[in-house]
Each structure stands twice: as structure tokens, then as C-alpha cells.
Design a protein around this ligand. Structure first.
Ligand code: ADP
Ligand code: MG
Length: 699
């Protein structure tokens, strides 16, 4: 692709609205659009025509296969490729793609996690075309975005609940807007997910068992230079990385992803890509495509893309900032403070809905980002803490305080700030974006949720956000609809004031990393769910089950299944890390340290034989240090091995999780500390793995 025609190549691999308009007969196109709008089932004759056009278009673009592309509960995407090839009755090859194949697939799904929803004997789930998301070509395969369900209709994927939640919030937001006399037929959740990642050299990566199996280093002494100079953030990008980014952009653009901002991040070898925001379901698909394309393009450049939340101890981990807002189909951002008193009232009501819902359902947001990888990040004084709070910035906070206390707000008119009478001052974006320690920050016209882990799907996060805010909006709409119309202004004002007064404990503008905040948060009654094992059981709290089930976002059985899968994934992840650590210690680390120690002792013997007066200080002291460490490592190894054999497999996933968190992980930390110390005394020639200097700096 030439750089000057990149705009015309944008979306060249997408079966977009324009392509459909051009390729489909008018009545088919209209029938399809109506189906998308109404959410009803697609007529098979329409599907046949669409499938045929899709196939012709895909063949022209060089595709040979098609695949239903879906997002099972593993958090990544799944695809099964079928070629367009069929044989006719005479055994001759024909090219074929029917409406039936487009609408529905039945992958043998027994190996996808279902968390007990689907017994293996009834393994077949089915995939169903999601026509709200365009089909696209990836690696010569026509990918058809689909949802993935069990035959009983339960969601086995992350997309279905998200789509359900988008419907819900649209419905409730429209009710509120109607009270303000606003015309709109749809409210869309918009999302822009900023993706952080690391790039390292593939040859070095291949030499590290921990990276291969766990995606993160389990060992590694801190190199002499870390990120203390802050010289990587926004720094000049190395040529090898530039060529990676260029190819990544081009590939993403061709698939219709609005890749926009690319820069170096805080840690050396860490980078970020931010696309332009779009509708939540598309943003979710696109984020999956971004992660996958990053991995593939990196491979072609002799690199490996690490999406783990904490690949290197002592360096910043990677997250994914989920920017979230609500737009009417008439193009109005509901989180934009307005210019007139009426618009401001509406803004304050939507803002109150977010504040109320985040306070009431802190645990659901924490659960959405739970996972073994993200546990290393949250609360580690570099990412938002595990405590959920909202940052509004000074200006908006003052406004809210003046509303709650009926007091003077200086920057507005020199009168009490009266909702619906005074216009709010312009709230400049810059003053709202300064606090990077907040997990949930208002940034001028959207909220930025910063707790999502870099490898996680944004589907659950946005499902939860949409649902909890929709619930608050529903409460508001129920209340206001029941009040006499002439008292609307009075009632809205009272409602905003009451909501803000009741939920102000969730607002916090200070340093989220500080120890004082942890204490203060406890005294405010906020949750501090430090690890996945602390957070996940809250999924099964009555209030959470009731909320999700009430709106049909997740049925009770689906919640249990999500919970089981998340817990099991945590347990399996920690177990793999533990096994990898034991393996590396016994096969590589102990033998290497022992070999180097032997080398030192031989040197001492030989040197003193040659010249008995020699002190051999370096050899002797290092030998002593290393021999002690060798014993220490071996003892800790034995302890960890023992604990790994005591994991209560067969018991509940929570019991296993508690063992992982309380027994396995602390021992792994201790072991790492001793090994990292030993590394400082062993000659580089003898250390069995590329060190942090090689991995992070040699690109
Ligand atoms: P930064 O956070 O680096 O200052 P921005 O705030 O401009 O950058 O944008 C970060 C991300 O937020 C981008 O993906 C952008 O498209 C997205 N974004 C901007 N406005 C909205 C919105 N109204 N709704 C959702 N996402 C948005
Ligand atoms: Mg941002």
C-alpha cells in the first residue's frame, strides 16, 4: 500500500455498508438493514443473496475460505476455516456459500469453556451471524462476526451480553431524554480503547521458557537502568518499531480499524495504540483485531508482541484505558456539559447516573477486570489501585459540592448555582485529565476506565458499565415519569441533589496510589478487592445476580458459568506459572549456579596451588554467597513443589484459588527474589536466559 493512497485503501477488506449498497439488490439491502435495526431473524432468501454477494466480493479480494469469527469466554477470538469449495453431483469442484452457512454455524465446541453450562455430551454450541458488525477479510479468510450460544440459548461468548447491555442502556437513556423533550431513536455506547503492549526480539523470547508459557518473566534481576529517567514515554521511536507500526496501521486500516495514535509508553520496549472511538460492539471487535494483528505483524518483523499485564517486574505493566460515553443517533454526546441551563441539567442527571451506579456496583467493575495477570498491576503503585473511585477534577467537584450544599459557586454567576437556571461554566478538558492515579476519571466529555488489563477483552467491562448505568437511568426515569410534568424541573433538581449527596463517597480527586487513600477508602466503606480471588466471589452476590438477571444481560446460570470460567482460568494460569518456575529452577537455574560455583572453586584451588599466598577474594566471597543462595533456592523450590502437590484439585474452584493466592504465589515471589539475587553474582556467560538488559533494550 502506498502511503498516499491509504485513505482509499481504508476498509478495503471490509464488507461495509457502501459495498453492500453497491453489490446487493435494493430490496435485499433494505431487508438486511431493517433486520439489523429490528434485531429480528433474517429471512433465508435475503441471507442467500447476501451470502452470494459476500462470496463474490471475498473471492475477488483473494479469499479462499470463510469463518465464523466469535469471542468465546477465553477472552480471545475463535475461528474455524471452511473453504468455499464444494463438489457438484458429478464430483466436480464448485464454489459455494449459502445463506445457511452465513447465518448459522455449529462448531464442535466441546473444548471451549462453558463453566458447566454445557455438558460435553451436548457439546454443540452454535454461532449466529451478528449483522451489526461488518464481515471482513483477514489472512485470505472471510471472517463473519458471530455470537456464540448453547443450544439452550445461553451465551457462551462475551459479545452476546454486550449487545444485550447496549440495547438496555439505549432504551433507558431514551426514556430520560424523552422527559427533556429530546428527539432521538437510539443511544449508542461509544468506546475508544487505548492498547498498551511490549515488543521484544523473538530470538531472545524463544530462549525464555517463562515468556513462552506464561507471557511474562518469572525471573529477572533489575538492570542498572530502569525507567527512572522517564526517557521512553513519547520518546523517538526506534526504526525497527516504526516499521512495525507502519505495517500494523496499514493492515488495521484495510480492515476498517481507525488506528490513530501510536507512541512509546513509560517502560522501555513499551508502546501504545489508540484507535478513534466507535460503537462499543465494534470497538470490542476491533480491539480483538488490534491485539491479533499486533501479534502477527510482530512475528513478521522478528519480534514478539507481549500483551501480558506485567511482563517485567520493576517496569510498568500494560493496561487498556476504556474511554466510554453515550451518543444519541442525532450526534449528541450525553456526557458533554452543555451550553445552556437545560442541557446542563440533562448532563448533570447523566453524570449522577454514572456516579450512583459506580458507587452501587463497585464490585461488578472490579470483577470485569479480574485476572491473574492484572493482579500484578492493580494496586502496584503504577496502575490504578484495586479500589474503585471516580475522579471529576476540581471544577466539576466544586460544582457538585455547591449543588449538594446549596452554596455559592464562585466561578459561575455570583449567585447560588441553581440547576436549570444557571449555565455551568465551560469545563476545560485539561483540568479533568491530570490525575493518572484514578481508576475511573471524567475526561471532559467521557469517562476513562483505566483498570482493564492489556490482554483482557473490553466486552465484560462495557457490559457491566452499560448495565449499571442503565439501571440508574431506569430508576431516574421511573421516578420522573411518575411526577407531574409541571414539576419536572423541581423534581430533576431534587433528584440530582439527592443522588449526589448519597453517593459522593465514591468521588476522590487525590492520589490513588497512596497508603492514606487505602485507609480513607475503608473508612468511606468502599471496597478494596485486592486480588481476583477476593473479587470474583462477589459475582455471585444476590444484588449482582439480581441486577444482571433482571435485565436479561446474564441469566443466573450464565453468571455461574462466567464465574467458574474466570476462577478456573486464574487457577490454571497460576498453576502453569508455578510449574514453569519449578521446571526452570530444576533444569536451568540450579544447574547453572552450581556450575558457576564449581568454576569458582576450581579457580580458587588452581590459583592457590599455583601461588598459595593469593587471597582469591572475589572467587571466595562470590562462591560463599552463591552457595548460600543455592541452598536457599533449593529449599524454597522444595517448599513450592510440595505446595504445588497440595493444591486441592477436585475441590471448588474458590478453594483452589485461595490455595493459589495464599500458598503458591507468595512462595513464587520469595523464590524469585532469591533467584534474582543469585543472578547478580553469576557471570552472564553462565546465566541460562537472556537477561532484562537483552530483552528490554536490545531491539
Ligand atoms: P488521551 O487520553 O491520550 O488524552 P483522548 O482522550 O483524546 O487521548 O482519547 C483517548 C481515546 O478516547 C481515543 O481512543 C479516543 O477516540 C477516545 N474518545 C474520545 N472521545 C470519546 C467519546 N466521546 N467516547 C468514547 N471514547 C472517546
Ligand atoms: Mg486517555
Amino acid at each position: 500500500m502506498k502511503s498516499n493512497n491509504f485513505v482509499s485503501n481504508f476498509g478495503s477488506k471490509v464488507f461495509s455498508d457502501d459495498v453492500m449498497k453497491a453489490m446487493l439488490p435494493d430490496d435485499t439491502y433494505n431487508a438486511l438493514i431493517n433486520t439489523v435495526k429490528s434485531g429480528k431473524e433474517l429471512d433465508i432468501s435475503v441471507a442467500n443473496t447476501v451470502a452470494n454477494a459476500m462470496k463474490d466480493w471475498a473471492l475477488e479480494k483473494g479469499a479462499t475460505h470463510y469463518s465464523h469469527w466469535f469471542q468465546p469466554l477465553t477472552g480471545i477470538t475463535a475461528e474455524k476455516h471452511d473453504s468455499f469449495l464444494s463438489s457438484d453431483k458429478d464430483g466436480k469442484p464448485v464454489i459455494e456459500f449459502s445463506g445457511k452457512c452465513l447465518i448459522k454455524g455449529e462448531p464442535d465446541a466441546s473444548s471451549f469453556p462453558s463453566g458447566g453450562l454445557r455438558a460435553t455430551f451436548e457439546a454443540r454450541g452454535y454461532t449466529a451471524w451478528d449483522p451489526t458488525s461488518y464481515a471482513f477479510i483477514k489472512d485470505n479468510t472471510l471472517c463473519i462476526p458471530t455470537v456464540f450460544c448453547s443450544h439452550g440459548g445461553e451465551a457462551l461468548d462475551q459479545k452476546t451480553p454486550l449487545l444485550r447491555s447496549m440495547e438496555l442502556i439505549s432504551e433507558q437513556a431514551l426514556r430520560v431524554l424523552k422527559l427533556f423533550g429530546k428527539e432521538a431513536t437510539r443511544v449508542n455506547t461509544t468506546v475508544g480503547a487505548e492498547q498498551e503492549y511490549f515488543l521484544i526480539d523473538r530470538e531472545l523470547y524463544n530462549k525464555r521458557t517463562d515468556l513462552l508459557f506464561c507471557g511474562r518473566t518469572l525471573f529477572g534481576a533489575k538492570p542498572p537502568k530502569g525507567q527512572e529517567l522517564d526517557d521512553h514515554y513519547f520518546g523517538a521511536i526506534k526504526p525497527r518499531i516504526i516499521s512495525f507500526m507502519k505495517e500494523l496501521d496499514e493492515e488495521l486500516w484495510s480492515m476498517g480499524v481507525f488506528a490513530k495514535t501510536e507512541h512509546n509508553e513509560a517502560a522501555p520496549a513499551q508502546h501504545e495504540l489508540a484507535p478513534i472511538y466507535t460503537m462499543a460492539n465494534i470497538a470490542c471487535d476491533h480491539n480483538q483485531l488490534i491485539m491479533e494483528t499486533m501479534r502477527n505483524v510482530a512475528h513478521r518483523h522478528g519480534l514478539v508482541c507481549l500483551l501480558h499485564e506485567k511482563p517485567f517486574a520493576g517496569f510498568n505493566g500494560s493496561g487498556k484505558h476504556n474511554n466510554w460515553s453515550l451518543f444519541t443517533d442525532t450526534g449528541f454526546n450525553l456526557l458533554n456539559p452543555g451550553k445552556s441551563p437545560a442541557e446542563n441539567t440533562q448532563f448533570l442527571l447523566f453524570l449522577s447516573a454514572v456516579i450512583k451506579s459506580v458507587d452501587e456496583y463497585q464490585s461488578l467493575l472490579r470483577i470485569a477486570v479480574a485476572g491473574a495477570g492484572n493482579d500484578h498491576r492493580l494496586g502496584a503503585a503504577e496502575a490504578p489501585p484495586a479500589i474503585i473511585s471516580i475522579f471529576l477534577g476540581d471544577e466539576l467537584t466544586e460544582i457538585i459540592e455547591s449543588i449538594i450544599n446549596d452554596t455559592h459557586y464562585q466561578k459561575a454567576q455570583k449567585t447560588n448555582l441553581e440547576i436549570g437556571v444557571n449555565a455551568l461554566p465551560n469545563i476545560p478538558k485539561e483540568t479533568t485529565d491530570r490525575n493518572r492515579t484514578s481508576p475511573f476519571a471524567f475526561t471532559g466529555n467521557k469517562f476513562e476506565f483505566r483498570m482493564v488489563g492489556s490482554s483482557q477483552s473490553i466486552a465484560i467491562t462495557n457490559t457491566m458499565l452499560n448495565t449499571i448505568v442503565a439501571d440508574a437511568l431506569k430508576t431516574f426515569a421511573d421516578h420522573l415519569e411518575a411526577c407531574p410534568e409541571e414539576d419536572f424541573k423541581k423534581n430533576v433538581t431534587a433528584l440530582i441533589k439527592e443522588t449526589l449527596s448519597k453517593h459522593k463517597r465514591i468521588l476522590f480527586n487525590g492520589d490513588g496510589y497512596s497508603e492514606e487513600w487505602k485507609k480513607e477508602a475503608v473508612s468511606r466503606g468502599l471496597l478494596n478487592l485486592e486480588s481476583t480471588v477476593d473479587a470474583l466471589p462477589h459475582f455471585l452476590d444476590n444484588e449482582n445476580i439480581n441486577l444482571l438477571a433482571k435485565y436479561g444481560i446474564l441469566k443466573e446460570s450464565e453468571i455461574h458459568s462466567h464465574y467458574e470460567i474466570m476462577m478456573e482460568t486464574y487457577n490454571k494460569t497460576v498453576n502453569i506459572e508455578c510449574m514453569t518456575m519449578l521446571d526452570m529452577i530444576m533444569k536451568d537455574i540450579l544447574p547453572s549456579v552450581s556450575k558457576y560455583s564449581t568454576k569458582l572453586s576450581e579457580a580458587i584451588i588452581n590459583k592457590q596451588k599455583a601461588l598459595p599466598s593469593l587471597q582469591c577474594l572475589f572467587e571466595k566471597e562470590t562462591l560463599e554467597k552463591l552457595s548460600n543462595l543455592l541452598d536457599e533456592i533449593y529449599m524454597l523450590y522444595s517448599e513450592l513443589k510440595n505446595e504445588s502437590e497440595n493444591v486441592p484439585f477436585g475441590k471448588s474452584s474458590l478453594e483452589i484459588g485461595i490455595h493459589m493466592k495464599e500458598k503458591i504465589l507468595p512462595l513464587m515471589s520469595k523464590l524469585r527474589k532469591s533467584v534474582d539475587e543469585a543472578q547478580l553474582y553469576v557471570s552472564t556467560d553462565y546465566w541460562p536466559y537472556p537477561n532484562y538488559t537483552d530483552l528490554i533494550y536490545k531491539i
